[in-house]
Design a binder for this molecule. Structure first.
Ligand SMILES: [Zn+2]
Length: 391
């Protein structure tokens, strides 16, 4: 068993209120941290650090927990750059949207999907994401959705079946048959590779009744529940997530006060996706409403080819602070501990003793530097227990 002492940390954020300044951030200055077998074994002042086998000097930089990106669509093929350019030019453009990515993804080989997904995962990782959730949803056949989840499960255990992402063209005239297919054969084929189920429940997507039907089948099959809700309209998705006690409801761009009360009562996390609002020129939801209502809030990238092609985690923090009224600390908490809560994980999202040693050494002496400086190189190092120091 090798022990490593990370020392000379100017500011350490643990997200554990029992540590340091007793705030929710569990903040310590002039700190050190010991990692043994990939787990945090000791945290305290640098002056009191125990002897270890190895020493890693953090050069008076800040150290924070790795980001937990609890909402991505990383596994896909093709590009929709032309669609983006046309939309930003204000032109009417129907390049196919999700259907186009579905066609490209169906045509891609396993090797191509694997390689491009791994590249995106690597980009996220070097930007500070140490745990990622990955959804299917770009094939929309039973065998194909299972294939996407198999690719995703090569780099994460947080895999989500999203057969109800869109109704494919071959079912355009019989959506009831498609909903039955998702809740039946497609769900069964995906089960060996899926940990969660999700539905795009919104205006123009799946209705509340359709989502309830699919999620009920998924829950009976043993999957955890998450939901895309209220991105495009006050569509009832957030209320459904609270009703079904889903782990998380994501987007929440249009929410009423009663939705917030329901989320606070159910314990369902609201995952906000600032880069999706940026990408689509949509209004940013006001995080203060969620936080003041007692809702647990997470932040994620929503990395996908249509509405948030983002593999830059600090950009999410920066937008959350500048456009959504998060404080810097609240945003950092939401993208670490909040993301862990959205995945119902207690072993990640913080740096208390016993938690996994997923830690980021900031290129700067303060954790606030991550949101404050739009740096091309915001991190000096990313440390992950399975691979050690990445960079
Ligand atoms: Zn999404």
């Amino acid at each position: 068993m090798t022990s490593t002492l990370f020392t000379n940390i100017s500011e350490l954020v643990t997200n554990s209120p029992e540590i340091g300044d007793e705030s929710v951030m569990g903040r310590l200055y002039d700190a050190a941290l010991v990692v043994e077998d990939g787990v945090v074994a000791w945290v305290g002042p640098a002056s009191a650090a125990p002897d270890c086998d190895e020493i890693s000097d953090c050069h008076a930089n800040a150290v924070v927990p790795g980001f937990v990106d609890s909402h991505t669509h990383l596994v896909f093929a093709g590009s929709r750059a032309d669609e983006f350019a046309a939309r930003m030019a204000g032109e009417r453009y129907d390049g196919g949207g999700i259907a186009r990515t579905v066609a490209d993804t169906r045509a891609a080989s396993d090797e191509e999907l694997h390689e491009t997904s791994q590249q995106r995962w690597w980009q996220l990782r070097t930007s500070g994401v140490t745990t990622v959730e990955v959804k299917s949803g770009y094939d929309l056949t039973a065998a194909g959705e299972a294939r996407l989840l198999r690719v995703a499960s090569d780099f994460t255990t947080e895999t989500t079946f999203l057969g109800a992402h869109s109704v494919p063209r071959e079912f355009a005239h019989d959506r009831d048959a498609y909903v039955a297919y998702v809740a039946g054969e497609m769900l069964s084929a995906s089960l060996p590779y899926a940990h969660w189920a999700d539905v795009f429940c919104d205006r123009g997507a799946f209705s509340v009744d359709e989502a309830r039907h699919i999620l009920t089948a998924a829950r009976a099959a043993g999957l955890g529940l998450r939901l895309h809700g209220n991105q495009l309209a006050d569509s009832g998705g957030v209320a459904l997530a609270a009703e079904m006690r889903a782990a998380s409801v994501d987007h929440c761009t249009h929410v009423a006060d009663h939705d917030l009360e329901a989320l606070a009562a159910s314990g369902t996390v609201a995952t906000l996706l600032p880069t999706a609002e940026l990408f689509t020129r949509s209004p940013f939801p006001d995080a203060r409403r969620f936080l003041d209502a007692g809702v647990t809030v997470a932040l994620a990238t929503d990395c996908n080819p249509g509405t948030s092609y983002v593999t830059n985690a600090p950009l999410v923090l920066q937008l959350a602070v500048t456009m959504m009224n998060f404080t810097v600390d609240e945003a950092l908490w939401a993208f670490t501990a909040g993301g862990a809560a959205a995945l119902r994980r207690s072993d990640i999202g913080g740096l208390a003793v016993g938690q996994r040693a997923h830690l980021l050494v900031v290129n700067g002496s303060r954790s606030a530097d991550l949101a404050y400086r739009a740096s091309a190189r915001p991190l000096a190092r990313v440390f992950h227990e399975t691979s050690g120091i990445d960079r």
